[in-house]
Design a protein around this ligand. Structure first.
Ligand code: CUA
Length: 332
């Protein structure tokens, strides 16, 4: 057996960090906002790298040149060298100016002011999911935010309970979601695709499970999505499992918390009018498929600690759950 080298574990951990992919990296910006912060980061990184090199080089020179040698007198310390003192005051001050000016400029540039034609969306953080309200379109959805490519988007962010933080690393953020207060982000996405994000402020038991998705659609795909979302849910065909599921929904606790347009008006949980069209459930935690939906309906807190959606009392039968799943999946 080969000998264990002390450095192999740290080396392996270091190399693991180089693996990919990194869907939530700020280093692959895909909006003007994200690009502005990325440029800032890169600039400051190189300033820091230059300072590191200069300081370490001087340290090495001092170590080598002034190290102790037998019979050599102690080096003479320097006191009150005006030129040196001016130099080591001015140099860091100049570097700080080079860091501060672009930083302050970026802070103002990304303060959330958007052009008048921006798509405006209200974002409301809840324990533990995200609500999205498109004022001008008059539609409400949850956890998956659709935006069109190339158009400015302005998010007005607040919270219904505790402080959260809205963050989609490749597009922009973070912004705190504070109850009774509105913060703003504006950005213009520059690539079609799906981006994952995350609540970035500790907000309770399922903070880590408070994820979100942003789907940047082409203009026409966004239009199609909005048209579908604006339509009411399709009534299930008679005699189907979905129709039985609708009846289960109407007589269960579901209606107390969830809105399905034309069916129930609940406002505590996510709007389910078109839940079948979403790719994930439980705030981006699980794929939106029959198995996960069934487990979620039967016992949400076991999948998401602290979930406000408690275990159904009395418990639903397996047949009821299967019917409910069919109904929810029919809400495309
Ligand atoms: Cu919401 Cu952390």
């Amino acid at each position: 057996m080969s000998r264990y080298r002390w450095w192999s574990t740290p080396a392996a951990l270091f190399l693991l960090g180089c693996g990919g992919p990194f869907p939530q990296s700020t280093l692959h910006p895909h909006s003007d906002f994200a690009r502005a912060t990325d440029v800032l980061f890169t600039g400051i990184f190189w300033w820091a790298a230059a300072v590191f090199v200069v300081v370490e080089a001087l340290l090495l020179v001092a170590l080598v040149r002034f190290r102790h040698r037998e019979g050599r007198p102690a080096p003479k310390p320097t006191h009150g060298h005006t030129l040196m003192e001016i130099a080591w005051t001015l140099a860091p001050a100049a570097i700080l100016v080079f860091v501060a000016v672009p930083t302050v400029r970026t802070i103002f540039a990304t303060a959330g002011e958007a052009p008048a034609d921006a798509l405006k969306v209200d974002v409301i953080g809840h324990q533990w999911w995200w609500e999205f309200r498109y004022q001008e379109l008059g539609l409400v959805t949850a956890n998956e935010l659709h935006v069109p490519l190339g158009r400015a988007v302005q998010l007005s962010i607040t919270s219904a309970d505790v402080i959260h933080s809205f963050w989609i690393p490749p597009l922009g953020g973070k912004r705190d979601a504070i109850p009774g207060h509105v913060t703003r982000i504006a950005f213009r996405p520059d690539r079609v695709g799906e981006y994952t994000g995350q609540c970035a402020e500790f907000c309770g038991a399922s903070h880590a499970n408070m994820r979100l998705r942003v789907v940047v659609d082409s203009d026409s795909a966004f239009g199609r999505w909005a048209t579908v979302q604006l339509a009411g849910p399709a009534a299930p065909a008679s005699g189907t499992a979905a129709e039985r599921g609708k009846a289960v929904f109407a007589r269960s606790a579901c209606i107390g918390c969830h809105t399905i347009r034309g069916v129930s008006p609940g406002v505590i949980g996510p709007n389910l009018t078109h839940v079948g069209s979403r790719t994930t459930i439980a705030s981006g935690l699980f794929p939106n498929d029959s198995a996960h939906l069934a487990r979620w309906i039967a016992d949400a807190p076991s999948l998401k600690p602290g979930s406000l959606m408690t275990r159904m009392q009395p418990p639903l039968t397996d047949a009821d759950i299967a019917a409910l799943v069919a109904y929810l999946q029919s809400l495309q």
